[in-house]
Design a protein around this ligand. Structure first.
Ligand SMILES: Cc1cc2nc3c(=O)[nH]c(=O)nc-3n(C[C@H](O)[C@H](O)[C@H](O)COP(=O)(O)OP(=O)(O)OC[C@H]3O[C@@H](n4cnc5c(N)ncnc54)[C@H](O)[C@@H]3O)c2cc1C
Length: 345
């Protein structure tokens, strides 16, 4: 690991003032992503500013919704009674990620900002435009099994790894940030970006901007998160999906659907959402929506399996969210059932 300086921030403003003027300075919260990447020499910051002790650890009511402090641990958020009952998609996504020990350390601010799990990004011996712009993308012609099927570019085919981010993408969540130019609010779908020809930039945050909270608006509908992974725990999504349905009697008033593990950002599917709005839930409708959701997928050599896997997972998520099919077990155990579902393809 390269030598670096370390400071413990005393306030959000002081944290911003310490990071903003130093181009290679970074925040650290739980450190579960940042420190791993430093040990692997993927990241070499000159200064780490520790924001873990800042007073950003509360969950409270906000305009009918919920404000989640950026310093709240993944465990605390997942187990919070209001999150469990009103926003189960958030709780399920958090519990489907990592391990108990990691969730105890990991923070809500750090989780959506974790870097990709692309093995070529995480190996400094490999060409990677995201790690070192201009060096190429070894994944394009490499073992691209876990890579993107939507929104990729010739410069980068990496996917975004956070489960929580996929859940937040269907809740119209807002991210509150404070930075060198003051405070601002970012609509969650605008936080992450597609790679284009600048894949080194994962998000629309400016250097030195600190997330202070993630705000969830009021939501009275049903929501759900399902994830397929190679092991039943402690593994990242091959494909995941988050669904939020607002019901009007027996009809779907509004549907929001996001896919994870398939793109450089949580992938909303407006065509599927439009198909579901105003309709009565049925398996036929959900099959058609799942078909539409993957119609524009562009697989690479080794990841075409994500299309049938994703269609089946989305079908199951819609059936379970709407109540047409009972929940098939606790969050994080989607693997067996979903792989079983692949048999039909
Ligand atoms: C073995 C393993 C398995 C895992 N499995 C999963 C999984 O299945 N699903 C999943 O979603 N995640 C998984 N993770 C990732 C883990 O959830 C994240 O590492 C964690 O949530 C990041 O939070 P943190 O507080 O530790 O962030 P840190 O590591 O401290 O920081 C991560 C990034 O966020 C920035 N940052 C932190 N806080 C702020 C802030 N408030 N404002 C602005 N920038 C900030 C840092 O500068 C850094 O760039 C896994 C991790 C490991 C090690």
């Amino acid at each position: 690991m390269h030598p670096f300086n370390y400071q413990r921030a005393t306030s959000p403003a002081q944290a911003v003032a310490a990071v903003a003027p130093a181009p290679s300075a970074a925040f650290v919260a739980g450190g579960t992503s940042q420190l791993d990447l430093m040990k692997e020499e993927v990241l070499r910051p000159s200064l780490l500013v520790d924001v873990a002790a800042l007073p950003l650890k509360t969950i409270g009511a906000l305009a009918g919704g919920l404000q989640l402090g950026a310093g709240v641990s993944n465990t605390a958020a997942a187990m919070h009674p209001e999150v469990l009952t009103r926003y189960p998609v958030v709780s399920e996504a958090l519990l489907a990620g990592a391990s108990t020990q990691i969730r105890n350390m990991a923070s809500l601010g750090g989780n959506p900002l974790q870097r990709t799990r692309c093995p070529y990004f995480r190996d400094p011996a490999q060409a990677c435009n995201k790690r070192e712009p201009g060096t190429g993308c070894a994944a394009l012609k490499g073992i691209n099994k876990v890579h993107a099927i939507f929104g990729a570019s010739a410069a980068c085919v990496a996917t975004h790894p956070s489960d929580l981010a996929v859940a937040l993408a269907v809740l119209d969540a807002q991210v509150q940030v404070v930075g060198p130019a003051g405070s601002r609010t970012i609509a969650f779908p605008d936080l992450h970006r597609l790679p284009g020809d600048t894949p080194q930039q994962d998000t629309t945050l400016a250097h030195g901007e600190l997330i202070t909270s993630i705000d969830l608006p009021a939501f009275t509908g049903r929501s759900h998160y399902l994830k397929v992974r190679e092991r039943a725990s402690y593994a990242f999504a091959l494909v995941s999906c988050a669904v939020a349905l607002d019901m009007d009697g027996k009809k779907i008033k509004r549907a929001r659907v996001a896919l994870g593990g398939v793109a450089h950002k949580p992938w909303r599917v407006p065509a599927a959402e439009a198909m579901l709005a105003g309709k009565k839930p049925s398996e036929k409708l959900f099959r058609a929506a799942a078909e539409v959701a993957f119609a524009d997928a562009k697989p690479l050599e080794h990841n075409a399996y994500k299309i049938p896997m994703g269609r089946n997972l989305l079908l199951r998520a819609l059936l379970e969210t709407s109540g047409l099919q009972p929940l098939q077990g606790p969050a994080g155990t989607a693997f067996a059932a979903s792989v079983g579902g692949m048999g039909g393809e």
